[in-house]
Design a binder for this molecule. Structure first.
Ligand code: TRP
Length: 363
């Protein structure tokens, strides 16, 4: 079966990433690892699994040349560990020389989901920006902006781009079209390309796989406007989605499916013990005999996102597989790991509130 990528379907689940790679001509990120001297956890573990044109970014990092990291966020609900991964990626690029652009996709969220711009602004600042700062985002070399408030040149760009795309082409990429979808897509293309308005500069866009239709469109448009703007085709990295606690998808609208960065110790404990899908056997005896299956166990999968120590993680994997480690014990490891992180994070989050105005210039 063909893989369908709809950037507006909430929390799609992809069964086979190799299929996606083949079908859409995405590169294997593992081929890039040797070019990166300090890969982050997600790169090393194959959670960031794909890329387009990443070589130009790896080169820029190595040669300490200028480049841009550009991405956007949909302000919706609470920020959870799936969102944290994206924030960590952004911050990694900032710490490796990138000029950072983060767009709050308030126009897209307004058009596609219907919250008011005021409400979206509040969520973007109080949830997302505050957590980003607590996770280490710095105001230097960072442009944090709202789609609804970007510069005139940026706003104009999204309209200019309409000149060189056809309705049929958009239909082929996005399926059923609406005016909202067209505006959202062209706004995102302007998000990604506007950092090059002054000077062409390599740009990397870290995204989930569902955003690839936008990346393909952006690269096509960048190419078609080469004469006018001299754009360098943007690069992208693709991460796997963090699965939901119950084994389905992680979704902001389903609190049982995620751990939020603002959850209390008790909530973390209850959610993991109650909802985290187990790859263990039904009885202790059976588990000791046959062992568990870490590859489908959600607590183990969660640990691959939060346990930095490769050796510790490897031992947990083999102990669970052999049956030496029980499901309850595995869950306890995860609960402790997350709660320890959250305790520090939530303190930093309080302090971050004072730094918000360094990122947002009110006019
Ligand atoms: N469409 C993205 C999402 O649904 C948000 C977004 C807006 C974005 N502008 C962007 C992502 C530019 C990457 C680059 O999450």
């Amino acid at each position: 079966m063909k893989v369908e990528l709809d950037p507006w379907a909430s929390g799609i689940r992809i069964e086979d990433y190799n299929k996606v790679i083949k079908e859409f001509g995405i590169g294997h990120f593992s081929d890039m690892l040797k070019r990166i001297s300090e890969p982050n956890l997600y790169m090393k573990r194959g959670i960031i699994y794909g890329h387009r044109d990443f070589k130009q970014i790896a080169d820029a990092i190595r040669k300490k040349e200028k480049y841009v990291m550009m991405t956007g966020l949909m302000p919706s609900g609470k920020m959870h560990f799936g969102h944290k991964m994206v924030a960590d990626e952004i911050i990694w690029f900032q710490n490796h020389g990138a000029k950072v652009y983060v767009a709050v996709a308030d126009i897209e969220a307004y058009l596609m989901r219907g919250s008011s711009l005021e409400e979206l602004r509040k969520v973007a600042i109080e949830e997302y920006l505050t957590n980003y700062i607590a996770l280490g985002l710095k105001p230097k070399n960072c442009v944090f902006y709202f789609q609804s408030e970007g510069s005139v040149k940026y706003q104009t760009l999204s309209k200019i781009f309409a000149k060189k795309v056809t309705f049929n082409e958009l239909k082929a990429i996005y399926g059923n079209l609406t005016p909202e979808k067209i505006i959202s897509a062209l706004t995102q293309v302007a998000d990604i390309l506007h950092p090059q308005l002054e000077n062409p500069i390599p740009t990397v866009v870290p995204v989930g796989t569902d955003q690839d239709p936008h990346i393909r469109l952006t690269r096509d448009i960048a190419y078609r406007f080469k004469k006018e703007y001299n754009f360098i085709l943007p690069s992208a990295t693709y991460h796997k989605f963090m699965g939901g606690l119950g084994g389905g998808k992680m979704s902001s609208s389903e609190p049982k499916s995620y751990i939020a960065l603002t959850d209390s110790h008790e909530e973390v404990k209850t959610k993991i013990n109650k909802y985290a899908f187990s790859g263990g056997q039904p009885t202790v005896e059976e588990h000791r005999k046959k062992g568990g299956n870490p590859d489908i166990d959600v607590s183990y999968q969660f640990l691959t996102f939060v346990e930095e120590d490769d050796n510790k993680l490897r031992k947990i994997y083999s102990d669970y597989k052999s049956g030496a480690l029980l499901t309850g014990e595995l869950k306890a490891i995860l609960i402790e790991k997350i709660n320890k992180f959250l305790e520090t994070h939530q303190k930093k989050r309080e302090k971050a509130k004072d730094k918000i105005d360094k990122f947002i210039i009110e006019d």
